[in-house]
Design a protein around this ligand. Structure first.
Ligand code: C2E
Ligand code: CA
Ligand code: CA
Length: 389
């Protein structure tokens, strides 16, 4: 269990006062426990109660309620009346684990849950809920050294003109292989990297790696006409983004017009007018902008008027439901919209021949998906391009 806001007490009244409170708190809980259990002190404001025997988990619940009730009374120290509360977490030996370290870790997780739910609470450890929490913590800590340890790679998924069967470009997709976690897909680790800001370093690594690879392709005479790179809103908000990107194009002697930045509709909601100015400057430098996952979120069509978008990407969701009339109507209207706006249109997640036929009949010809090719390693893509020649 953890005492809530103990830091505040220490800060306000001093450490000696805090120690008195801890003593009084310990005395009250020890008296309350009687012969049912024992109280141990861990960190400064953290304690463990060991209950050695019980017949029903309800008995533990009762003790937790008693602890909360007992703390409703104030502590009197040097004329001050102090109220404290605790966040409780419960784990059961051996049901949850037989390993003391794990039990403590699980207790901490349950306490964290109690704090989140409103502090003066008791939470029983729930293995299922905790697994995603612990995985998130592990991903976060493993991401720290992922660049130095060379754990990232870029795969490239071809974009095909289904009428001519030609590769018109590729999308760069990040891959992460970590010793402890194995392969982790971007949908899982990118939101975590965005939360803690690592995405900026990771995104810079992606830009450097992809543009360097394009430089190598140019040297070898491998022709790739367009390379799309996914960009997070966190990257876009950095004031140095444009200069970094254009700087890499100069460093590796790559024409900016070969690059397409993929941003999602969600990104547009997060950015401000200054960021839109950056987009315009990028487009003036001949960089292309693609609107990814178009139609899945809050498609505000006004963005299409104010933003210099050159490509719309229709999400896999529409292809999955393509047998339904309404989906066909929606795809057809996006096809018409893209034509009127003079935008390239790419449809993602095409998996079957039947889908290809329907899409062709709707006037949607540039496709990306497992039917044509999964994302390929750099070497696999190079082999594919060499064999096409
Ligand atoms: P996205 O940009 O929408 O990328 C398309 C995703 O669909 C990719 O997943 C791709 O492998 C997958 N895909 C392509 N064709 C098919 C298909 O026919 N069937 C199925 N089931 N899936 C298909 P991936 O590589 O796991 O990437 C997931 C998301 O992670 C991407 O979605 C993108 O939003 C993000 N992401 C990937 N790389 C980066 C990156 O370098 N930076 C940032 N910020 N985000 C990235
Ligand atoms: Ca994308
Ligand atoms: Ca997409």
């Amino acid at each position: 269990m953890a005492i809530n806001y103990f830091k505040v007490i220490n800060h306000k009244f001093g450490h000696n006062f805090g120690d008195w409170i801890l003593k009084l708190f310990a005395q009250s809980i020890t008296t309350l426990l009687g012969e049912y259990g024992e109280l141990f002190k861990l960190e400064r404001d953290e304690f463990v109660v060991l209950i050695y025997e019980f017949n029903d988990i309800k008995e533990i619940e009762k003790i937790c309620n008693e602890i909360h009730r007992c703390l409703k009374k104030s502590f009197q120290v040097t004329g001050n009346e102090i109220y404290i509360s605790t966040s409780l977490g419960v784990t059961v030996f051996p049901d949850d684990s037989s390993d003391p370290d794990k039990l403590l870790k699980f207790c901490n997780f349950a306490i964290y849950e109690s704090k989140h739910k409103g502090k003066n609470m008791c939470t029983f450890f729930d293995k299922q809920k905790s697994q995603s929490y612990f995985r998130k913590i592990l991903i976060e800590s493993e991401l720290k050294n992922s660049i130095i340890n060379n754990e990232f790679d870029i795969f490239y998924q071809p974009q095909i003109d289904a009428l001519s069967n030609k590769i018109i470009g590729v999308e760069a997709l990040l891959r992460w292989n970590n010793d402890k976690l194995g392969n982790v897909f971007p949908n899982e680790f990118i939101p975590i990297a965005e939360d803690n800001g690592y995405i900026v370093q990771i995104g810079n690594w992606v830009l450097d790696k992809v543009i360097y690879t394009m430089h190598k392709w140019k040297e070898r005479g491998t022709q790739v006409d367009s390379v799309a790179i996914n960009i997070s809103p966190v990257q876009l908000k950095r004031s140095d983004f444009k200069n970094k990107l254009l700087g890499l194009c100069t460093k590796y002697d790559i024409a900016p017009s070969l690059l397409e930045l993929e941003i999602t509709e969600g990104t547009l909601l997060e950015i401000c007018d200054d960021n839109i100015k950056v987009f315009n400057q990028l487009v003036e430098s001949h960089i292309n902008i693609a609107l990814d996952d178009f139609g899945t979120r809050y498609s505000s069509l006004s963005y299409l008027a104010s933003l210099p978008v050159s490509t719309l990407k229709i999400d896999k969701l529409f292809v999955d439901g393509i047998q339904h009339k309404k989906n066909k109507i929606l795809i057809k209207s996006i096809v018409d919209l893209s034509k009127s706006l003079n935008c390239k249109l790419i449809i993602e997640g095409v998996e079957t021949e039947k889908q290809v036929h329907i899409l062709n009949s709707l006037g949607c010809n540039i496709m990306q998906g497992y039917y044509f090719s999964k994302p390929l390693s750099k070497e696999e893509l190079e082999n594919l391009l060499a064999n096409i020649k």
